[in-house]
Design a protein around this ligand. Structure first.
Ligand code: GLC
Ligand code: CA
Length: 524
C-alpha cells in the first residue's frame, strides 16, 4: 500500500502476555502462547502488537519491576521463543513493539543488589541515594524514599519500594540502557513503548515539590521536581538517533501525568514518534460518555495536535485502566462498546486496541483477599487496583475460557461461557465481527487514516457525527449516545452505508445507541 507507515497508519494491539494464551498449562500466559494465536491477530487485521513486559521479574508490579532487561522470564519462555514470535509476526505483516521500563529496575536486578551493598560500590551511583528524604511521594503510596539499613541511606522509588529509580544522570546508566535498546533492535524489534519516560530525570538539587489540592499524598503535590526535567529532551534526541539507524523503527512514550502540552513537546522528528494521550479513558464521573463531551475532546485534540503537527494516538483502555465495556456498558449489553470501538477506529491518530476489548471483555471483580495489584492492596476499597482489566483472554467456552488447562493466575470472567472469540466469530452481529470490519475499512479507506475531520453541523445533542475526508473520499461516522430514535440532516449527495451496529437504519436516522459509518458516492 502506497505511503503506508505502519505506526502512523496501522493499528497497535496491546497484549498482556501473562493473560493472553498459556501454551504449557501452568496458568500463566507465555510467548509460545502468543505465537499460537498470531493467525487470529492476522485475521483480526491489526498491524502491530505491543507486548507488556515479559522480562525476568519478581512480580512486585507484575513485570513492571524488571530484574534483567535483556532476557525472557522463564515463565514466559526463552529468547528462542521470542525470536520465533518475532519471525512469526513478521511473516504475517505484524510489527512487534516492546515495553521498556527504564525509570526503575526491580530491587533484585544485579545492578541494584550491587548498588545497595556499599557506599563505595562501583554501581552505587546507578541509583539515587540520599542521607535525608525530601517530600516526594511514591505514586503507589507513601514516601518515595526507603531507608536501607546496610548503608544507612535512603533510595528513591517512584512506585513500589521494590522498584528503585535509576540514576539517569550517570553516563554509565545511560550507556547501559542505550545498549538495551540496541540489544532488542538487533533482534528485529520494530518499536518500543517507553514506560513513564518523563520521570527518568529528577531535579539535580532534589527540591521539594510544592503542594496542591488532591486525594492521595501523590496527588497533593505539583510534580515540578520529580518529573519532566529539561534533560529529557537531549536524551530523547539520542534515543531517536539510535532508532533511526534502523529502518522504520518507532518509539511511543507513556507520558506520566500527561497533558497535551507535554505530549506535544516530547514528540517530533528528533524526539518520540508519538506519546499516549488518555483523552477518553477517564472515569464516567470525570468524563461523561456523552456526545458533547466526546465532541469537546476531539476538538481539543484536533486543534492542538494539528497545530503542532504531531501525530496523535487514541487509547480506549490498557493494562492500567478499567476496560471501556466496563466503563460504558450496562450489564452484558454491548451497545456502548460498539460506540467506543467505532470511535477508537475512526478518529485521526494511531489506535491502540487492548486485548479482549474486541469481544467486549468486562473487568473481573475480586474479593479483597484475591487482589494482587500493589496499589489495589494499599488503597482498597477506595481503589481496587488494576487486576480487573488483566483477566485471561476469553477464547472459547471450554474450561478457563480456553486460556489454559490449569487454574489461571487471575480468575476468568464468569461470562466466558457466552462471551468469547469463538462465540463471537460465529455471530455476524457481534462486536468481534464489527471490529474486524472496521479494521478492514480503516485499511481500505485512506480518508479514515489520514483524512481531515469536520463535525457535521445541526445534529441533535445526543448525536456525535463527523466527516473524515481525503482528496477523493468522504466518510461519515455518526453515533447516537442517547436512548431514543433520532433523525438529522445529511449533507447533500448519495450516501452508502459501510457498517452499522444493531439493526439496520436509514442514513440520516439513528436507532438508540447506534453507530454507523457511511461513504459518499462519487457524483456521476
Ligand atoms: C506504568 C505502567 C504501569 C506500571 C508503572 C510502573 O504506568 O503502565 O503498569 O505499574 O508504569 O512501572
Ligand atoms: Ca505458561
Amino acid at each position: 500500500m502506497e505511503d503506508f507507515i505502519w505506526w502512523r497508519d496501522g493499528v497497535v494491539y496491546q497484549i498482556y502476555p501473562r493473560s493472553f494464551a498459556d501454551s504449557n498449562n501452568d496458568g500463566i500466559g507465555d510467548l509460545p502462547g502468543i505465537l499460537g494465536r498470531l493467525d487470529y491477530l492476522q485475521s483480526l487485521g491489526i498491524d502491530a502488537i505491543w507486548l507488556s513486559p515479559f522480562y525476568p521479574s519478581p512480580d512486585k508490579d507484575f513485570g513492571y519491576d524488571v530484574s534483567d532487561f535483556t532476557a525472557v522470564d522463564p515463565r514466559f519462555g526463552t529468547l528462542e521463543d521470542f525470536a520465533a514470535l518475532v519471525e512469526g509476526a513478521h511473516q504475517r505483516g505484524i510489527r512487534v513493539v516492546l515495553d521498556l521500563v527504564l525509570n526503575h529496575t526491580s530491587d533484585q536486578h544485579t545492578w541494584f543488589e550491587e548498588s545497595r551493598r556499599s557506599k563505595d560500590s562501583p554501581r552505587r551511583d546507578w541509583y539515587i541515594w540520599r542521607d535525608h528524604p525530601n517530600n516526594w511521594q511514591a505514586s503507589f503510596g507513601g514516601s518515595a524514599w526507603e531507608f536501607d539499613p546496610p548503608t544507612g541511606q535512603y533510595y528513591l522509588h517512584s512506585f513500589t519500594k521494590e522498584q528503585p529509580d535509576l540514576n539517569w544522570r550517570n553516563p554509565q546508566v545511560r550507556q547501559a540502557i542505550l545498549d538495551v535498546f540496541r540489544f532488542w533492535l538487533e533482534r528485529g524489534v520494530d518499536g518500543f513503548r517507553l514506560d513513564v519516560f518523563n520521570a527518568y530525570f529528577k531535579d539535580a538539587a532534589f527540591r521539594d515539590n510544592p503542594a496542591k489540592f488532591g486525594l492521595r499524598g501523590f496527588d497533593r503535590q505539583q510534580h515540578l521536581f520529580d518529573m519532566d526535567q529539561p534533560e529529557m529532551t537531549p536524551l530523547l534526541n539520542e534515543v531517536r538517533r539510535l532508532l533511526d539507524e534502523y529502518p522504520e523503527r518507532y518509539a511511543v512514550g507513556e507520558t506520566y501525568l500527561a497533558t497535551p502540552e507535554k505530549i506535544i513537546a516530547y514528540c517530533g522528528p528528533d524526539k518520540l514518534h508519538a506519546a499516549f494521550s488518555f483523552d477518553f479513558t477517564s472515569s464516567n464521573l470525570i468524563f461523561p460518555w456523552q456526545a458533547a463531551w466526546v465532541c469537546q475532546k476531539i476538538l481539543e485534540r484536533e486543534a492542538r495536535f494539528g497545530a503542532a503537527q504531531v501525530w496523535p494516538t487514541t487509547v480506549m483502555g490498557n493494562h492500567d485502566l478499567p476496560r471501556p465495556a466496563s466503563r460504558y456498558c450496562r450489564g452484558e449489553d454491548d451497545t456502548q462498546a460498539f460506540n467506543a470501538m467505532a470511535l477508537l477506529l475512526t478518529l485521526p491518530g494511531t489506535p491502540f486496541l487492548y486485548y479482549g476489548d474486541e469481544i467486549g471483555m468486562r473487568d473481573i471483580s475480586l474479593k479483597r483477599s484475591e487482589i494482587l495489584d500493589p496499589p489495589g492492596k494499599k488503597y482498597w476499597p477506595v481503589y481496587k487496583g488494576r487486576d480487573g482489566c488483566r483477566s485471561p483472554m476469553q477464547w472459547d467456552a471450554s474450561a478457563n475460557a480456553g486460556f489454559s488447562a490449569a487454574r489461571p493466575w487471575l480468575p476468568v470472567h464468569p461470562n466466558y461461557t457466552r462471551r468469547s472469540v469463538l462465540a463471537q466469530s460465529q455471530d455476524l452481529q457481534s462486536l468481534l465481527i464489527f471490529t474486524q470490519k472496521l479494521l478492514a475499512l480503516r485499511k481500505s479507506h485512506p480518508a479514515l487514516r489520514r483524512g481531515g475531520l469536520d463535525f457535521l453541523p445541526g445534529t441533535p445533542p445526543q448525536v456525535l457525527a463527523y466527516l473524515r475526508q481525503s482528496a477523493d473520499q468522504t466518510l461519515l461516522a455518526a453515533f447516537n449516545f442517547g436512548s431514543s430514535f433520532v433523525t438529522f440532516p445529511l449533507p447533500a449527495g448519495k450516501w452508502e452505508k459501510l457498517l452499522f451496529s444493531g439493526q439496520s437504519a436509514r442514513p440520516g436516522e439513528l436507532l438508540p445507541g447506534q453507530v454507523y459509518l457511511l461513504e459518499k458516492q462519487a457524483e456521476r
